[in-house]
Write a protein of this length. Structure first.
Ligand code: R5P
Length: 226
């Protein structure tokens, strides 16, 4: 699986061009993209980057990728990130690593969004992977009750014997649906619950290309909106 992730991650770096503001996602697949971008920087590539998590920012700095503050940019030219599931229409589940709220902000502010996955993440219908929903700790039980009413089994994520706390200081509910038939409507329904910060459903037109890597070194590019 790691080889497949590496192929997808490294392939995505070919879309990075001189002068771009590049958004760096979070996770084990983006790790390979960040490493490859770091190599290209050694060879003379000039970019500015913003990161979706403290983990990715640290890795980028180690690779001498210039991280700039959000106050110094207006938009992102290219955002590269992984996903936990992707369907053919470019709908995604993200947030297995708990970073989806910040990732969604970056994706929303990007002109192009490249998703990198190993081929096992390509699915017909989203929903096998429990949908991460970041929620406020305040009255979390009540928010969970409303999530459950939408047809899922929500579980508060744990970090060992502690509650998992996101980089934003919130809880994450992992919501197991049987299947997600209509990601756009489900995302809207979940977001309408007070107490919900952001869902890991990336629905609709955000994605430019999904790059799926295979263990044999091949990659497949899916362009959902062409
Ligand atoms: O919160 C984490 C992100 O949404 C990741 O992009 C997602 O979980 C996929 O991660 P990985 O590439 O490690 O499978």
């Amino acid at each position: 699986m790691d080889d497949a992730k590496r192929h997808a991650g490294e392939w995505s770096a070919r879309y990075v061009q001189n002068g771009m503001v590049v958004g760096l996602g979070t996770g084990s697949t983006v790790f390979y993209a960040i490493q490859k971008i770091g190599e290209l920087i050694k060879q003379g590539l000039t970019i500015r980057a913003v990161a979706s998590s403290e983990r990715s920012e640290k890795l980028a700095r180690e690779m001498n990728i210039p991280i700039v503050p959000f106050t110094s940019i207006d938009s992102i030219d290219l955002y590269i990130d992984g996903a936990d599931e992707a369907d053919r229409q470019g709908h995604l589940i993200k947030g297995g690593g708990g970073a989806h709220t910040r990732e969604k902000i970056l994706a929303y502010n990007s002109k192009k969004f490249i998703v990198i996955v190993d081929s096992s993440k390509l699915v017909e219908h989203l929903g096998k992977f429990p949908l991460p929903v970041e929620i406020l700790p305040f009255a979390a039980e009540l928010t969970l009750k409303h999530l459950k009413a939408l047809g899922c089994e929500p579980r508060l994520r744990r970090n060992g014997d502690q509650q998992y706390i996101s980089e934003n200081g919130n809880f994450t509910a992992d919501c197991q649906f049987k299947t997600i038939e209509d990601p756009v409507h489900l995302d809207a329904a979940i977001r309408s619950i007070p107490g919900v910060v952001a869902t890991g459903l990336f629905a609709n037109t955000m994605v430019t290309i999904v790059i799926a890597g295979y263990a044999d070194g091949t990659v497949k590019e899916i362009k959902p909106h062409e």
